[in-house]
Design a protein around this ligand. Structure first.
Ligand code: UT7
Length: 320
């Protein structure tokens, strides 16, 4: 028994902000952002929240799967930008959907979060603990960006993506993942500092900081290796894969992975032009875009891959 994705959904905020829009409020340009990353625009939350986007994406995924909320026995939300420390995002989604029979918890593996959630669901399904699950990635990263730091804030966006997974004989063929905490500080954001009657703090709020070049080097080295391991475990060659759905951080990273795997770039759909990098939501939003455009046929094999803060990485081979 394994897990098979049987429905997807996604949601992005209404406000679309182009590179030119940003160049009016900071010292940047469409030319710099587009040539370095491929990003042309991103959606930023104004009325929306991480929770509202997560709920919308989840409802659409259930509808797409033809599954009722009561049928879910597991909900896993991947996020680094939930609205509350408690209750967790997954519990809020459970409540909004009326998924009264589900156990719900969050995982925080940043841009690899959706892959880690997928792997967890597969383990639950293989051990017979779960029959229908909802996994989602949801982020409002704009609230943890330093809008005075042009080297990070132009790269990220807000949104949510979700998938319903059903226990079946075929579906997830392999999942591999890993972490390197020793390199954690290359992409970081502090939570609240210690603050109690015995230790007062006056520290300002922390925002995302990134050593872009270190993350870039890590990504181009690790992602192809991780995909190759997932392919080997699944007993499938890269040529047999119809679609590689990678975390949407940077067009140049995706092109480097395609080259290393000796695969045409056409097999690597992208939405980073319109969405930027949405951390845990990138992979499921792109998966939903591809699914709804009918770009994957039933029984075709696809690869999902994520990488980012932690450092963390993960890749999966799936039969659609
Ligand atoms: O999901 C997490 C995954 N994250 C990633 O995958 C990010 C990976 N890294 C990258 O994508 C790239 O490293 C970046 C796009 C972040 C940066 O590209 P780069 O080619 O490594 O640029 P750089 O950091 O070397 O910056 C070059 C110059 C600097 O100016 P000087 O010092 O050379 O004069 C920056 O100050 O570009 C300047 N710069 C900007 N200029 C205009 C930095 N940000 C901007 C900006 N607009 N927004």
């Amino acid at each position: 028994m394994t897990g098979r994705i049987c429905g997807t959904g996604s949601a992005v905020p209404k406000l679309r902000v182009t590179n030119d829009d940003l160049s009016k409020i900071m010292d940047t340009s469409d030319e710099w952002i587009k040539s370095r990353t491929g990003i042309e625009a991103r959606h930023l939350a104004t009325e929306e929240t991480t929770t509202s986007l997560a709920i919308e994406a989840s409802r659409l995924a259930l509808e797409n799967a033809g599954v009722e909320a009561e049928e879910l026995d597991l909900i896993i939300a991947a996020t680094v930008s939930s609205d509350h420390i408690i209750p967790t995002l997954s519990c809020e989604v459970q409540s909004a959907l009326g998924a009264v029979n589900a156990t719900a918890f969050d995982i925080g593996a940043a841009c690899s979060g959706f892959l880690f959630a997928l792997s967890t669901v597969q383990a639950y399904m293989m051990s017979g603990q779960c029959k229908k699950a909802l996994i989602l990635g949801a982020e409002v990263l704009s609230k943890i960006m330093d809008w005075n730091d042009r080297s990070t804030c132009v790269l990220f966006g807000d949104g949510a993506g979700a998938a319903v997974i059903s226990a079946e004989d075929t579906g997830i063929m392999s999942v591999v993942h890993g972490s390197d905490g020793a390199k954690g500080m290359v992409l970081a954001c502090d939570n609240r500092p210690v603050n109690n009657p015995y230790k007062k703090t006056t520290a300002d709020l922390s925002y995302v900081s990134m050593n872009g070049q270190e993350v870039y080097k890590f990504a181009v080295r690790t992602v192809p290796k991780c995909i190759e391991q997932a392919l080997e475990q699944a007993g499938v060659t890269a040529d047999e894969i119809s679609c590689f759905i990678l975390h949407q951080a940077n067009r140049r990273i995706i092109e480097a992975v395609a080259k290393r795997l000796k695969q045409p770039i056409e097999k690597f759909p992208m939405n980073l032009m319109e969405c930027g990098n949405i951390s845990a939501a990138s992979v499921p939003i792109l998966l939903d875009n591809v699914n709804r455009h009918g770009m994957i046929e039933k029984e075709e094999k696809i690869v999902l891959a994520g990488f980012g803060a932690g450092l963390t990485w993960g890749a999966a081979v799936l039969t659609w």
